[in-house]
Design a protein around this ligand. Structure first.
Ligand code: ARG
Length: 595
């Protein structure tokens, strides 16, 4: 077994490979045979994994006019599976299911390498450059809960892909350009005479923005002034650029506060970055005959049947569509990204479909070599199941929301009397870890395609699949070895002389959960749904607690002194803790040693 040098194996991939070899040998007359490998259900009688290919294969034979009994086929397939250390035995069950049983020694080996070398990612087939476009709030507006979702999901996908060894670029496509800045600056000239010295504070900026929009819609004079302002900004008139920069800075500082608190790293590259590139791509599209005139607008069609992109407005201005066309070109051609992931609310799905279709049409995007994904997500609802708003109906300020999280998390810790045992610093760490952890985890643990109800009460519960439950479970697991004075280094040494214990039914169950880690990650690479990882880490915690309920790791005498240590179980405990840590890291959670 030297697989550990390369990284751990994906069990599903290995089984898939072994069975495709066996099926091709057993059924030479079937082209492109179905290979169906799945995890078995809870009933261990059915083995750990199953191959369910024999029934569809028998159907394929039927189409060829041959009668084949699935059960016979299963036996023939089994006879042709190349020997592999992963597998201990097969059993054919029911009409022809092949039950696959894993080999204990293999699992022991895999777990020891986790302890000795750390939790390694599965090996990448191909290293790709991935650009993740996430967060992307808009200047002069408050960052809202939708942007919070994008920030949390995008950061977690980035963490996952970084861990797997991809070359990741985290990009903040800030809304920092467009007609609205002409409007805003023209309005500030009237209402905020100091606009060239400083920007209004963020709290006022949004109100100014709303007022300017109102004036723009109602007042012809003002509209003209606003347009003149846009032209000036776009031709880099120093005063206008200055005013724009001041406004951007105030917003930027406000966004950064949120990123700092949530420990989010991201590079700003807003819409304004693509200015000259927008002009260029519009010229190209026009020269190549892709633009159509539509009542003064210039539009481009992706697939027929959908709606077109507005590439140039009737007033000559560029749009969100224009910036995304320029951006996709810059990302694929200049940045040489192999894969772009856009994380926004599901409402923008059509926008991205059309952007992708148009990029394909003009030859920027080549589906043979590039991968593009729109990672959409549902709306955030309040506990009343209505759009998440404050009581007065305003959008919720994210900084207030994070403060509320801190307050509520402290209350939860005080209810548990943690303030009596922890030092002030430990308490503060626990408070932040719980507050930000629960906000992130509540978001990530829901299938992103659905809407989700934001509820501090729910996310701070210490039962069920919540961050609080998991953080506590983790601290408890870590305390087992600590109580026996076993430091992580000592445990590492222990792994050289002792075997991970997998004899007890509950030990074996936990061991098999732990070695599924690579498969969970690879599934997420396919569908970019982080809730799989949340379900998995929750499964580790619950399987661990089943194990711990029936298996002693250390025994103490009546005076509380440790009299016996079960080394094999301590090793299993360590493998569980290390795997959980990895999951936390990918989810952006910060476990604490004392809470
Ligand atoms: N600023 C946009 C919004 O608030 C999101 C931008 C997403 N990224 C992109 N390349 N369009 O909805």
């Amino acid at each position: 077994l030297n697989s550990t040098k390369k990284g751990p194996e994906s069990i599903l991939k290995t089984l898939h490979h072994l069975f495709s070899v066996a099926i091709q040998t057993a059924c030479p007359d079937i082209t492109d045979p179905p290979i169906d490998i799945a995890l078995s259900g809870a009933n261990i009688k059915f083995g750990d994994y199953q191959c369910n290919s024999s029934m569809p294969l028998a159907n394929r034979y039927k189409q060829l006019g041959k009668k084949v009994i699935p059960k016979d086929l299963s036996n023939k397939i089994i006879a042709n599976v190349p020997p592999h250390p992963l597998i201990s035995k097969f059993e054919v069950a029911g009409p022809g299911f092949i039950n696959i049983f894993l080999n204990k020694d293999y699992v022991i080996q895999s777990l020891s390498s986790i302890i000795e070398e750390g939790v390694k990612p599965p090996v990448l087939e191909k290293k790709m450059k991935v650009l993740i476009d996430f967060s992307a709030p808009n200047i002069a507006k408050e960052m809202h809960v939708g942007h919070l979702r994008s920030t949390i999901i995008g950061d977690s996908i980035a963490r996952l892909l970084e861990y797997l060894g991809y070359d990741v670029l985290r990009i903040n496509h800030l809304g920092d350009w467009g007609t609205q800045f002409g409007m805003l600056i023209a309005h500030l000239q009237d209402k905020f005479p100091d606009y060239l010295l400083k920007s209004p504070p963020i709290s006022d900026l949004q109100a100014f923005y709303k007022e300017s929009k109102k004036r723009f819609d109602e007042d012809e004079e003002f509209k003209k002034k606003a347009y003149a302002s846009v032209v000036k900004l776009q031709s880099f008139d120093p005063d206008h650029v200055k005013a724009w920069e001041l406004i951007c800075d105030v917003s930027r500082q406000n966004f950064q506060k949120i990123y700092d608190r949530l420990d989010i790293k991201i590079i700003e590259r807003g819409e304004s970055f693509y200015q000259t590139r927008m002009e260029k791509i519009v010229k190209e599209l026009s020269a190549n005959g892709y633009l159509e005139d539509d009542e003064g607008r210039k539009v481009m069609w992706g697939d027929s049947g959908s709606i077109p992109l507005t590439v140039v407005k009737s007033d000559g201005g560029f749009t969100y569509d224009t910036s995304d066309m320029a951006a996709i070109k810059q990302r694929l051609e200049e940045e040489k990204a192999d894969w772009i992931i856009y994380v926004t609310d599901a409402g923008q799905a059509t926008h991205f479909q059309i952007i992708f279709a148009c990029a394909k049409k003009v030859g920027i995007l080549n589906p043979q070599i590039h991968r593009v994904d729109h990672v959409g997500f549902g709306v955030v609802l309040g506990e009343d199941k209505k759009k998440f708003k404050t009581r007065s109906g305003d959008t919720i300020r994210l900084l207030d929301l994070l403060d509320e999280g801190l307050k509520r998390s402290l209350e939860t810790l005080q209810e548990k009397q943690r303030d009596k045992v922890l030092t002030p610093e430990e308490l503060k760490n626990a408070q932040e870890s719980v507050a930000y952890g629960c906000i992130k985890y509540a978001d990530l643990s829901h299938n992103r395609n659905h809407e989700y109800v934001f509820s501090f009460d729910k996310m701070l519960e210490d039962k069920g699949n919540t961050a609080v439950y998991l953080l506590y479970a983790y601290t408890r697991i870590k305390s087992i070895a600590k109580n026996a004075n076993l430091t992580p280094d000592k445990i590492k040494n222990l792994a050289k002389t002792h075997k991970v214990s997998l004899e007890h039914e509950k030990e074996w169950k936990l061991g098999k959960v732990l070695i599924r880690f690579p498969d969970v990650l690879l599934k997420i690479v396919e569908d970019l749904c982080m809730h799989h990882l949340c379900e998995y880490v929750y499964e580790i915690a619950t399987t661990f607690s089943e194990f711990y309920d029936s298996c002693y790791c250390i025994e103490k005498d009546s005076s509380g002194d440790v009299v016996k240590i079960n080394e094999g179980r301590i090793l299993l405990t360590e493998a569980a803790a290390l795997t959980m840590e990895r999951c936390f890291d990918i989810l952006g959670l910060k476990p604490i040693s004392k809470m």
